[in-house]
Design a protein around this ligand. Structure first.
Ligand code: GLV
Ligand code: MN
Ligand code: MN
Ligand code: MN
Length: 445
């Protein structure tokens, strides 16, 4: 059948991907400069340059391009009918501070490659086909992940998103900033605060497909080529303050301290034990100790906290257990002086577990089976498996409003959020061909 024969151009996809990575190439973190890594923080000067390129490229492909108030960029290649929304391919062009060239970037570039194939073939669709670059998916610079697809889905208020302040450790990496930017000021600065209200009602979609590297070990270790993503695990992000008392390091005996950092360290160790006992994950990524003096015991420690679990209820259970455990640890530190430490939790982000849409999953499954048939092995269908995503993606939020699903390809050592993140050009092309076919299949449904 005709759709099953559709393939992207592997070399062009690889060339475009690396071309787009000239903006933000290399890692500028201490001495850790690398050839492969990326540091393209959301709304940075490098992000502006790749956005400009995205608009230029899609405009040349005869797309209609719009930008909304979160800086999301939508490029649509018109279909025969003007009265139905386009089917979208989307992901993100921002990266982690020590990111790679594939997380997010591959998803957007597979969309551009899809448009190029369609143009080249003169392929007509019923509805339009769109590509979207979502702003600040990583949540690394402005600390809510998937925030702009979240606003589009009307799950996160625009005012809250615009008011997000950049993370201080990450802000110190950005070239300009003297005072910390908010998302709104950063959008204005690079001229990407667009006129279109950010909402699925203003920019409707028929469906959303996202190609992504797995960022984990399952496909690569099994030698499989494509993951048909059926679900995304739950996660919550917190800001935790541990409050003790500042005192002199040379004169204060241990039993007379309310050392907020010592208590925090014990909490972090306990968090891993408790999460592990439930088959979940708990992680700290940002730590700040105050006053930050070599000879003063820290009286205040703030840390980020990230809990992940396959089921939403499990996150709730781990959180409840850890609230008790952290209180016990805090109570022990400083009890000798009658001033025990205290713990305060603030929930910053809550993403329940997601199940993707059956229609989209079917399109991906059929497309994946068609594409891996090229491998010419006896049981090529075994190269395709269903899989749950451990990471969050913009598809989490689009799935709340429109039929959505995702495609995973293997990545080396399952490594991501690291400069050596890598997927072969062949695997990237396989994934992109699956996206291309999935969109066409969905359009014909
Ligand atoms: C989102 O990208 C996440 O999984 O942290
Ligand atoms: Mn990503
Ligand atoms: Mn990421
Ligand atoms: Mn992500």
């Amino acid at each position: 059948e005709q759709v099953s024969a559709l393939r992207v151009n592997k070399d062009r996809l690889a060339k475009d991907l690396h071309y787009s990575c000239q903006w933000g190439a290399g890692i500028r973190w201490g001495d850790g400069s690398t050839d492969t890594g990326m540091q393209r923080l959301a709304l940075s000067d490098e992000d502006k340059k790749v956005r400009d390129w995205f608009i230029e490229t899609t405009t040349n492909l005869k797309c209609r391009v719009t930008v909304d108030e979160m800086g999301n960029i939508f490029a649509v290649r018109p279909g025969r009918r003007k009265d139905v929304p386009a089917t979208f391919i989307g992901s993100h062009l921002d990266t982690q501070p020590t990111g790679g060239r594939y997380d997010g970037i591959l998803g957007v570039l597979s969309g551009i490659e899809t448009l190029k194939v369609m143009e080249e073939m003169g392929l007509e669709t019923e509805g339009g086909v769109g590509v979207v670059n979502w702003t600040n998916e990583e949540g690394a610079r402005f600390p809510v992940s998937m925030v702009s697809s979240g606003v589009w889905a009307e799950c996160i208020p625009l005012e809250r998103a615009h008011g997000l302040k950049e993370v201080p450790t990450v802000a110190s990496l950005s070239t300009a900033a003297s005072a910390p930017e908010t998302m709104k000021s950063a959008l204005e600065k690079i001229k990407y605060l667009g006129p279109v209200p950010c909402s699925y009602k203003e920019t409707p979609m028929a469906a959303h497909f996202e190609l992504h590297i797995e960022q984990g070990p399952h496909l690569v270790s099994a030698g499989q080529r494509v993951g048909v993503v059926t679900a995304v695990q739950a996660y919550r992000w917190y800001h935790i303050d541990v409050i003790g008392r500042d005192t002199h390091t040379g004169t204060t005996a241990f039993q007379h301290r309310a050392d907020a950092l010592f208590a925090s360290a014990r909490m972090m160790v306990r968090a891993r034990e408790v999460a592990d006992s439930h088959g979940c994950l708990a992680s700290v990524g940002i730590i700040e100790a105050k006053p930050g003096s070599i000879n003063t015991v820290p009286g205040l420690v703030s840390f980020s906290f990230d809990i992940r679990a396959p089921e939403t209820e499990l996150v709730t259970i781990v959180e409840a257990d850890l609230r008790k455990e952290f209180d016990l640890i805090a109570a022990e530190e400083g009890k000798g002086i009658g001033k025990p430490c205290r713990v305060e939790w603030r929930l910053d982000f809550d993403s329940p577990a997601v199940k993707f849409h059956q229609d989209c999953i079917e399109c991906v499954q059929q497309s994946a089976e068609a594409v891996v048939a090229d491998a010419n092995v006896p049981d090529s269908k075994s190269l395709v498996r269903t899989i749950m995503s451990g990471a969050g993606h913009d598809s989490v939020f689009t799935s709340k409003r429109v039929p959505t699903s995702m495609i995973f390809i293997p990545c080396k050592d399952g490594l991501s959020h690291h400069p050596e993140e890598f997927s072969t050009a062949e695997d990237c092309a396989t994934g992109a061909s699956v996206v291309l076919q999935a969109v066409v299949r969905y359009d014909r449904k």
